[in-house]
Design a protein. Sequence first.
Length: 125
Amino acid sequence: MMEIMKDKNGRILDVGAGTGANGKLLKQHGYNNIDALDGSKEMLKIAKTKNLYDNLIHLILKGGVRIPNVENDTYSAVVMSGVFCPNHCDSTIFPELIRVVKPGHDQHGAINCNNKSMISAGDAN
Ligand SMILES: C[S@@+](CC[C@H](N)C(=O)[O-])C[C@H]1O[C@@H](n2cnc3c(N)ncnc32)[C@H](O)[C@@H]1O
């Protein structure tokens, strides 16, 4: 992430944020403009207590579902970990992630299947 997104002020969406593990790591590395999306109110409630995220979005993301109140090209990057697995998310959510990530000449996508993580950065510099 630090290699592909140099702008620490860029907005990041943490999809399947859970209790905030990614948010904590991102904050530790100086990123300070992070929103959380999760399908579990309970997880978001715990994440909220950690003051890691600017906005908490409660939504079960799946194919055809639009993230409410988020304009096209809002985020510099989307991060996910522990979410690309059975009964969680699959590739049908990509169009919506692409919609909310800024376009740019320096787009990146990385999916690590073993660790079930994904980083996608649009206008990440
Ligand atoms: C294994 S946890 C990972 C949490 C965190 N990203 C981490 O790495 O510790 C998976 C999280 O994704 C959320 N989740 C699973 N499927 C989802 C979906 N379709 N839409 C939104 N959140 C989802 C769950 O509620 C849960 O909080």
